[in-house]
Design a protein around this ligand. Structure first.
Ligand code: ASP
Length: 340
């Protein structure tokens, strides 16, 4: 029997409605099988770990990510796959962070959650949970794991973790990976998109625990003020910026803006160009409005999500790399996070 470790960090999925008061309460995860008896039908041996106390995903941070990495690292040899139950609000950040922190991962780590608590009649949590466990335990005919990477499974779609963005606060279909095809679709059968799934060599797993958060996400808008941008970019502890630009990576042609960006680059700050569009890729050579950014030393974020680019910077600076090396590695795909 395959063994899956289920880690409950918190979030809506792990809640149940108190029949007397109607209020939502976290339920005791050791009692999971009593609340979701369907799990007994799965030919999978499930063990559980719970964050104590469970947290709303707005309270997730790099220390909690390191806690998850520790749990997975400690249990790595004993389990075939991992399912992480997580609030949906910051799931895309956690999935992206784990994809870098779990370097060389050769087993499935599937994050999931739900929009309605598992203890409510119309919950989407049961299907998300049960299918995630199935995927975490799935193997190829040669016995190797079917999906040896960090993924998000939500509403019938398996997506690469560092490609997803939460796209709806209300719908069951709450996540999308705009720039990467789905890795699997769960209909009557679970159909895997073999060509898109990463190939990994077992024995290369190397967990990382340190993330550097001296970063900023800054979004352009028409009429943006020089004195405010100057204040932000000159923060002495700032190491990197996710710079959200228009369209294919364009910005207003204001000399003050390129001068501030060039100055920040000279100081060793890494400025990564990510489009404000949900789909598509940065191409700074396409228009003059983009070319000026390239000339100011801005690095292309390619078709990365904000979540992936940000956590990649955290990871690279967390390794203590120089800004020249960080700039070099931002152009590489470390865990399938950009299309090259
Ligand atoms: N606020 C909750 C969280 O992200 C929402 C959810 O679980 O979906 O933890």
């Amino acid at each position: 029997m395959k063994k899956v470790l289920l880690v409950y960090t918190g979030g809506t999925i792990g809640m149940i409605q108190n029949p007397l008061t109607g209020a939502l309460e976290s339920f005791d995860f050791d009692q999971l099988l009593n609340h979701v008896p369907e799990l007994r039908q799965l030919p999978v041996d499930i063990a559980t770990r719970t964050f104590d106390p469970p947290i709303d995903s707005s309270d997730m941070d790099p220390l909690q990510w390191a806690k998850l990495v520790r749990i997975i690292d400690d249990a790595y040899d004993a389990f075939d796959g991992f399912v992480v139950l997580h609030g949906t609000d910051t799931m895309a950040f956690t999935a992206s962070a784990l994809s870098f922190m779990l370097e060389g991962l050769a087993k499935p780590v599937i994050l999931t959650g739900s929009q309605l608590p598992i203890g409510m009649l119309r919950t989407d949590g049961k299907e998300n949970l049960i299918t995630s466990i199935e995927i975490a335990a799935a193997t190829r005919p040669d016995g190797t794991p079917r999906v040896p990477e960090v993924c998000v499974f939500f509403h019938e779609k398996l997506m690469r973790g560092n490609r997803v963005t939460k796209s709806s606060a209300d719908e069951f279909d709450a996540f999308e990976s705009f720039n990467c095809p789905h890795l699997a679709t769960a209909g009557v059968d679970i159909t895997y998109n073999e060509n898109e799934i990463l190939r990994r060599t077992p024995g290369t797993f190397r967990p990382h625990y340190t993330m550097d958060t001296h970063l900023l996400i800054f979004s352009l808008f028409p009429g943006i003020r020089p004195e405010i941008v100057k204040e932000m970019l000159s923060a002495p502890t700032l190491k990197g910026v996710i710079f959200r630009t228009f369209g294919s990576g364009n910005a207003p042609q204001q000399p003050w803006l390129s001068e501030l960006l060039a100055e920040a680059t000279r100081q060793g700050k890494v400025i990564v160009n990510i489009t404000q569009c949900t789909g598509g890729c940065v191409a700074m050579k396409r228009y003059e409005t983009g070319l000026q950014l390239l000339e100011a030393g801005v690095v292309s974020g390619h078709d990365s999500t904000v979540e992936a680019a940000l956590t990649k910077l955290m990871y690279l600076f967390g390794k203590g790399l120089s800004s020249t090396e960080v700039r070099r590695q931002m152009a590489l795909s470390l865990a399938g996070e950009i299309t090259l």
